[in-house]
Design a protein around this ligand. Structure first.
Ligand SMILES: [Zn+2]
Length: 86
């Protein structure tokens, strides 16, 4: 029996960089209604709810600035954890 050891002379192949899907003007991915432009996420994945599309599915309804960083709609109470209300 001989164990296969990694060869130090052979560098590991570099993984190909994957394009990061980001928020944009395109239709939202099949996630939830508010995961779309102009809403965005920080590095931790926290949703900033700039406009609530639960209130206005076509253009979104502008959220209170203090509620944006909480990811909660000040108007209808939408939040990411529950999808709606709660
Ligand atoms: Zn709302």
């Amino acid at each position: 029996m001989q164990a296969l050891a990694p060869d130090p002379e052979q560098p590991e192949p570099h993984p190909q960089p994957q394009p990061r899907p980001g928020p944009g003007p395109n239709p939202p991915p099949p996630g939830h209604i508010n995961d779309r432009h102009p809403n965005f996420r920080d590095e931790d994945g926290r949703l900033y709810l700039v406009r609530c599309f639960a209130c206005a599915p076509d253009k979104g309804f502008e959220n209170y600035v203090l509620a944006v960083a909480r990811g909660v709609c000040a108007w209808c109470g939408w939040r990411e954890a529950t999808g709606y209300g709660g």
